[in-house]
Design a binder for this molecule. Sequence first.
Ligand SMILES: Nc1ncnc2c1ncn2[C@@H]1O[C@H](COP(=O)(O)OP(=O)(O)OP(=O)(O)O)[C@@H](O)[C@H]1O
Length: 260
Amino acid sequence: MTATAARAAASIEGRGIIKTFGGFTAVDGLNLNIRSGEFVSLIGPSGCGKSTFMLMAAGLIPVSRGELLVDGKALTAPLTDIGIVFQDHLLLEFRTAMENVLLQAEIRGLPLEPARERALELFDKLGIAHAADRYPKQLSGGMRQRVSIARALIHNPAVLMMDEPFGALDAITRTQIRHDLELLWMEQAKTVVFITHSIEEAIGLSDRVLVMSPTPGRIVDEIAIELPRPRPAHLGDYPSFNHYADRIHDAFRRFGVIRY
Ligand SMILES: Nc1ncnc2c1ncn2[C@@H]1O[C@H](COP(=O)(O)OP(=O)(O)OP(=O)(O)O)[C@@H](O)[C@H]1O
């Protein structure tokens, strides 16, 4: 695959997905339909199977039962038209920010000059153009995550999966990086699967929030977020923000995840 051959986005459909590890059921009958170009968050208590779902949807681990379809085709191998960002930046300490991003292009056999140009463009949009030649230890946590995002997008993938990407960042950095990611997504229109524990982050970023039950994970509510974009730093400016947040809290109360 080359960067230019990548599609703009892809749909992801899960039908009755069950995942067991030995005798333990981690995910129990997940049905979902993520539209091409949609930004969808999965929110749920720790251990409910969010990361497990993401790994299955990326084709990195098999489903035990059920079916995953990407653009209507059964997923039988790791998805290559994808970028993934984890909570840990996973940058190589001995490569600069630019070299870390270009590694993805090198591994994929993409021409390096266009990749470097695209990396510079992504760095610029992510506010780290000045840091391209710095090593990870010379970057703040937020900057490292911005480099990880650039690395995930350098090959222009159809799907971006993010597993608690901002979980280790402070609240102020999180608010800004959320906005920068939203602008990038609005411009590039990729399908995004975003895993978070943050109700504010889920509502602030998503077209749709899927709320999961405690283990074994199932989807127990699905909330379409109809707020204009780009969304403000202070989401409470919108009365409907509280309505959405209440709905998520209610779901967690029903399952005893929140008890007050
Ligand atoms: N390879 C594995 N072998 C055995 N159990 C596993 C394995 N991977 C995940 N699990 C279990 O499956 C359940 C779901 O894990 P998962 O990491 O998907 O949850 P999560 O919702 O992403 O949690 P968190 O929010 O804490 O990251 C957990 O109980 C976990 O211990």
